[in-house]
Design a protein around this ligand. Structure first.
Ligand code: NAP
Length: 240
C-alpha cells in the first residue's frame, strides 16, 4: 500500500488532490491546520472512494516539531504533495516583517520541513515523488503580493535544486504553477476581479481544483517517470 501525504488537504486544491490520489489507490494522509471538520468530512468521503485506512493529521507545516509529530503518526510516505499555503494581498510598503516571515514560514519553510522528513524513507527505497505547489505569480510576479510571489519563486528554485540532488536516488521532484483557481483563497478578490481574470485567461475559464489534481496525478505516476525538476503551468494559458 502506497501512502501519499497531501498538506493543506482540508479544502480547495489540496482536497481535490487527496480525492484524485485516493482514486489512484493511495492511502492518503490528510494534513490540515485549522479546519478540522472539513478535513474529517474529506477523510470520510475518501473512505468511500477506496476502503483504505486514510489518516487525518493536524499540523502547522511551518512548525518543525508539529511536522515531526505528523510524520511519526503517518509513518513512511511514498508521495509528498506540498500544497499547504497562505496568500495575502498588501501594498509592499504596508508589509510588516511579521507578514513577510509568516509567508515564508508557511509557503517555503513548510516545504523544507516536509521534504526533509519524507526523504529518509524515499532515499532508502530509492524511489518516491514530490510535487510542490507554487504559483504562476512565482514565475511572473503579482502586484500587491510581493512576499507571496517571492515565496512561490523560492519554491521553484527549491524544486529544481532538490531534483538535481535526488535524481541519483530515483526520487522525482516537480512543481506545479497554478493560474487562477476557484477556491477560498481567491474568494477575497471579489466577483468583478475574478471575472476580469477569467477574461484575461486565453481559455476563458477559471481553473478548478481538479485541474491541479489531474496534473499532480500525472506527475506522481509512472507516466512521468522521465520528468523531474520541471515547473508545469496549469493556468489556462495565462502565463506562456
Ligand atoms: P485555500 O483554499 O486557502 O486552502 C489552503 C489550505 O492550506 C487549507 O487546507 C489550509 O488548512 C492549509 N494551510 C494553510 N496554512 C497552513 C499551515 N500553516 N499548515 C498546514 N496547512 C495549512 O488555498 P488553495 O487555493 O486550495 O491553495 C492551495 C495551494 O495552491 C497553496 O499553496 C496556494 O498558494 C496555491 N495556489 C493557489 C492558487 C489559486 O488560485 N487558488 C493559485 C496558485 C497557487 P486549514 O483549512 O485547516 O486551515
Amino acid at each position: 500500500m502506497r501512502t501519499a501525504l497531501v498538506t493543506g488537504a482540508s479544502r480547495g486544491i489540496g482536497a481535490a488532490i487527496a480525492r484524485g490520489l485516493a482514486a489512484d489507490g493511495y492511502r492518503i494522509a490528510v494534513n490540515y491546520h485549522s479546519r478540522e471538520a472539513d478535513a474529517k468530512a474529506l477523510c470520510r468521503e475518501l473512505q468511500q472512494i477506496a476502503g483504505l485506512p486514510h489518516i487525518l493529521v493536524r499540523a502547522d507545516v511551518s512548525d518543525r516539531s508539529q511536522v515531526e509529530s505528523m510524520f511519526h503518526t503517518i509513518g513512511e510516505v511514498d508521495v509528498l504533495v506540498n500544497n499547504a499555503g497562505i496568500a495575502q494581498q498588501k501594498l509592499f510598503t504596508d508589509l510588516t516583517e511579521a507578514d513577510w516571515d509568516r509567508m515564508f514560514d508557511v509557503d517555503v519553510k513548510g516545504v523544507f520541513h516536509c521534504c526533509q522528513l519524507a526523504l529518509p524513507h524515499m532515499i532508502h527505497q530509492k524511489s518516491g515523488a514530490i510535487v510542490n505547489i507554487s504559483s504562476m505569480w512565482g514565475q511572473v510576479g503579482a502586484s500587491c503580493e510581493v512576499h507571496y510571489s517571492a515565496a512561490k519563486a523560492a519554491v521553484i528554485g527549491f524544486t529544481k535544486a532538490l531534483a538535481k540532488e535526488l535524481g541519483p536516488s530515483h526520487i522525482r521532484v516537480n512543481c506545479i504553477a497554478p493560474g487562477v483557481i476557484d477556491t477560498e483563497m481567491n474568494a477575497l478578490l471579489g466577483a468583478e476581479t475574478l471575472e476580469a481574470l477569467r477574461e484575461e485567461t486565453p481559455l476563458e475559464l477559471l481553473g478548478s481544483p481538479t485541474h491541479i489534481a489531474d496534473a499532480v496525478r500525472f506527475l506522481v505516476s509512472d507516466r512521468a517517470s522521465f520528468i523531474t525538476g520541471q515547473v508545469l503551468g496549469v493556468n489556462g494559458g495565462m502565463v506562456i
